[in-house]
Design a protein around this ligand. Structure first.
Ligand code: ZN
Length: 257
């Protein structure tokens, strides 16, 4: 099966940008991990995971560059990456780089992968936002970091929010909906639905609205791909497989400075 990935149509004109949201199709893992699992931390055979990473890099056109990943912990820490030899950035849920040739990779299975670009300055960032990261405001923190460290304003950013669990499937209890509503207030009106006394969260919409409020223009915010739980053939979904499953990768980086 062929490895496929989704890209942002509006980013096609960005020369030197490499980005994509990979799914699970085309990899060599099997069983509950069947497909292109790229996580060494979910119990899959590490040899097969390495092969998957290699195949994935070839498929997207990274021939000798590195893909940097991080030990994701559902927090809001964002690390700056400068070392081209680095393979893993340590404990964090976001990475930002201004170095050409560094490709940032974020692993998900229902959580929201966010890819940021600042085209003029050739910067990129990748974030992982589940409900905890969303509650902590990791997307807003990334916008602040671009400003503080690189003097990039919010209106110079474009952000793609990738395949993640939709409002159709993401039922939560009050321990999740309550804190999100308390923290984000009116912003949650379009992203938390209540049906028959049950709450459903649209995490991608909420992150999009957080970014708009932080100053990123709506026309530069792109939601890419389906609900992961509704498309289990194409994407790993933690909820669909009851927790034991693989992780897909989303990548962003500039090939040239
Ligand atoms: Zn769904």
């Amino acid at each position: 099966m062929e490895i496929t990935h989704l890209t942002v149509p509006q980013w096609k004109t960005q020369s030197g940008l490499l980005h994509g949201f990979m799914g699970r199709r085309g990899g060599k893992s099997d069983g509950v991990y069947a497909g292109l699992n790229v996580s060494y931390r979910v119990g899959d055979d590490p040899k097969v995971v390495s092969q998957n990473l290699c195949d994935m890099k070839q498929a997207v056109g990274i021939h000798d560059g590195k893909v940097v990943t991080m030990r994701q912990v559902h927090g809001d820490k964002i690390i700056e990456i400068k070392d081209k030899q680095l393979k893993e950035a340590g404990e964090a849920d976001g990475m930002i780089t201004g170095e050409a040739g560094i490709h940032l990779g974020v692993l998900t299975a229902d959580c929201v992968p966010l890819l940021f670009i600042a085209p003029k300055q050739r910067l990129a960032a990748a974030l992982h936002a589940g409900w905890r990261g969303t509650l902590a405001g990791i997307a807003e923190k990334a916008v602040e970091l671009f400003k503080q460290r690189y003097d990039v304003t919010a209106d110079e950013l474009a952000v793609a929010l990738g395949p993640s669990i939709g409002v159709c499937c993401y039922e939560v209890k009050d321990d999740v909906a309550g804190p999100l509503m308390k923290k984000w207030g009116k912003l949650t009106t379009p992203s938390i639905a209540v049906k028959d006394g049950k709450s459903f969260v649209n995490l991608r919409r909420l992150n999009r609205d957080i970014l708009r409020t932080a100053g990123v223009p709506g026309k530069q915010l792109h939601e890419i791909g389906p609900c992961t739980r509704c498309a289990p053939e194409d994407f790993y979904s933690y909820r669909h497989q009851g927790g034991e499953t693989g992780r897909q990768i989303s990548i962003v980086g500039w090939l040239t400075a």
